[in-house]
Write a protein that binds this ligand. Sequence first.
Ligand SMILES: Nc1nc2c(c(=O)[nH]1)N[C@H]1C(S)=C(S)[C@@H](COP(=O)(O)OP(=O)(O)OC[C@H]3O[C@@H](n4cnc5c(=O)[nH]c(N)nc54)[C@H](O)[C@@H]3O)O[C@H]1N2
Ligand SMILES: Nc1nc2c(c(=O)[nH]1)N[C@H]1C(S)=C(S)[C@@H](COP(=O)(O)OP(=O)(O)OC[C@H]3O[C@@H](n4cnc5c(=O)[nH]c(N)nc54)[C@H](O)[C@@H]3O)O[C@H]1N2
Ligand code: SF4
Ligand SMILES: [Mo]
Length: 758
Amino acid sequence: MSKIDEDPIDHLSVTPPKDWATGVPAVTHALEYSLSQTSPRRTMLTLLNINQIDGIDCPGCAWPEDKKRHFNEYCENGAKHINDEATSRRITRDFFKKYSIAELDTKSDYWLNQQGRLTEPMIKRPGATHYAPVSWDEALDLLAGELRALASPDEAMFYVSGRLNNEAAFLLQLFSRAFGTNNLPDCSNMCHESTGWGLGGALGIGKGSVSLDDIHNSDLVFLVGQNPGTNHPRMLAALEETKRNGGEIVAVNTLPEAGLMRFKHPQKARGVIGNGTQLADQFVHIRAGGDMALFQGLNKLLLEAEDNAPGTVLDYKWINKNSRGFTEFAEAVRKISWDDILMATGMTLAEIKEVHQRVLKSKSAIVCWAMGITQQKHGVASIREICNFLMLRGNIGKPGAGVCPVRGHSNVQGDRTMGVWEQMSDEFLDALGKEFKFNPPRHHGYDAVQGIKAMYEGKAKIFLGVAGNFVRATPDSDYTEQAMRNCRLTAFVSTKLNRSHTVCGEYALILPTLGRSDRDIQNGIEQWITVEDSMSDVHRSHGKLPPASKHLLSEVEIIARLARKTLGKKSRIAWEEMGADNDKIRDHISRVVPGFENFNERVRKPGGFNLGSPVNNDVFPTPSGKAEFWASQFEMPIVPKGHLLLQTLRSHDQWNTIWYAPNDRYRGIHNARRVVMVNPEDLAEFGIADGQQVDLVSVWHDGERRAEDFTVVSYPASRGSAAAYYPETNVLVPLDSVADISNCPTSKGVVIRLEPRR
Ligand SMILES: Nc1nc2c(c(=O)[nH]1)N[C@H]1C(S)=C(S)[C@@H](COP(=O)(O)OP(=O)(O)OC[C@H]3O[C@@H](n4cnc5c(=O)[nH]c(N)nc54)[C@H](O)[C@@H]3O)O[C@H]1N2
Ligand SMILES: Nc1nc2c(c(=O)[nH]1)N[C@H]1C(S)=C(S)[C@@H](COP(=O)(O)OP(=O)(O)OC[C@H]3O[C@@H](n4cnc5c(=O)[nH]c(N)nc54)[C@H](O)[C@@H]3O)O[C@H]1N2
Ligand code: SF4
Ligand SMILES: [Mo]
């Protein structure tokens, strides 16, 4: 680990990609990072508490805990994430005196994060070169005054990242609506937004329908467009159980990710020695953006198989009882040509038939997916096709079957449940208005992409981010940075320093907050928060560590104080009461959010409660009350000759916009991040050598965008695709290159060419 003020040396070395994930080296890597951040005592305190019943919910991904909690209920990356927050390093006012904002802006994302926890509120005033200390009251008075001075509430935006807990998310959306706007963009806009639209249209739900037990007991699990070894490591233990119970796994990816192939359990003797468990029974090396075509092909084969042996393949009982649109859908799928499907998938017919045979053999199937699907132009249509596929054999609502979108941030699903969305339903707004006796605005707000455009054009003037790193998480970095700089005021409620603090509006505020691992005492009573995981389990998280500084406030308190200062005495909402007592917020939630009745009581039970999914009781909350088949048009990304389809993805040593070390161990990439992984045959065709320096140039209707100085790594990526790390490559993603319907940036589908550097 390098010194605190230097970046690790950028000196690429490449080793062969691994074909197994999470063995003993993983545990040592977790400890190494943790101990570089804090003392052995604090490391042990966090690790003993992570994901335990009365402990700290892992601030990493949203994968659920096993009902039978194990002593070590965490993975290597979870340990890194929690100790990145629990770090003993501190940023004080002297730090901001030493570095100008312009100087901080030249530092890497790594460096900014490594400086440690933020400890007191800071302000940048118009024309100032440095942040200066400011009291909480002065900071919040300024923000409140500026909000009140806006010509319209819709000139303000309130961004939420999925690290935020339920109580704070509920309070923020309440404040935003009481102030008068639905401008609530969130990280989900860039993440599983396509999932919400796809599942909403097909099944009337926005979330997954399966439990861990379903995964364990399924006959066939598809892992499509996700990298669980890095991004949801404990999912591998669940998949190992699937295998042990006789289930099969089909992995569909443009890269042969280590975690899809084989798993060595870090906490079991047989994971330490030996070869571990083989995971994927079949690896489908798909062409980028070819997943919809794959499922169309599988659906075509199912229809043909039913023709050949009527009454044996499709579940007509389920289809007739629960769905609509089968006939139109079947007609459309039959018309799609195999030539198109094979071209889009890059597969042979024999390979697709092999998957089909596995489907025929199975009595239950689950499809899991993540960013490889949602961040594609036709992501929503791909998810509709996945739903068609499952519905054909009644694989919704029975044990071992269903949809499993694998969520990113630990509470990203909960934040949406709590009403953080720019287009919440009238039912939700009615309930909110009734509970708090006001009329919430009804017109939709800005999502992330629309919000950036509005700031650029001067239509939005104040940006408040609660958690996250908006400027690095969003596409088209140059444009987005200008959009932020155009603002009157940018403010962030944050635990750690990041780029969003160095790209400032006229005024800028850093509002430091307690992290999930910090103890929060209000009036002598310990406060705890709640989260909802990827499988709709709602449970508690208790901070355990002494707060990083005595000046920190909880997110809830910051929002409550801001709300009172902005809305003044005329607001009849009990902000002070809620800001001081999370139980009070939960009481309100119990009357506003469906499924949260008796919230305080039920969530106090060990492990909390599960929200369930209506589709498991054959209830489909679509406008028709039925599950909807959908006839998607055939679609595949068109990539001009000499170009590649770039995906911007995560390395093993990073949490979203923040990297912990310049390594991607499973992919064999060490000591560098500006690398682009390309298939050797594509490189040969372009006349570009492994190890050559290139610029990545993205091609879009409004012109070209450039990311300079990348090293080419010859890699088994599928033909025609390329992979490079986010957020360094966000500059290449055009703001209006978005998924149809969901408006999610196409971070996995950017047309680029490689331009050799002289
Ligand atoms: N350690 C760690 N864990 C994390 C995160 C992190 O940054 N670090 N982030 C969290 C968040 S917010 C999220 S949303 C999740 C993200 O979890 P993932 O979705 O697994 O994350 P990505 O790294 O974006 O990887 C996308 C995967 O899709 C594949 N892919 C790309 N294009 C295609 C395609 O066209 N078809 C198919 N079939 N596959 C494709 C890529 O090769 C890669 O394996 O992870 C969460 N967990
Ligand atoms: N090109 C490209 N862009 C992408 C993606 C991609 O795959 N490719 N993925 C997208 C996805 S899936 C997502 S989810 C977004 C992620 O977007 P964000 O969620 O906005 O980004 P993070 O990097 O998770 O935010 C990290 C910051 O959160 C703050 N933080 C951490 N914990 C806490 C806390 O407890 N409270 C508060 N208040 N602050 C805290 C810290 O200051 C830290 O610096 O990025 C998206 N952008
Ligand atoms: S799988 Fe996700 S939630 Fe579980 S310990 Fe790892 S990072 Fe944390
Ligand atoms: Mo995400």
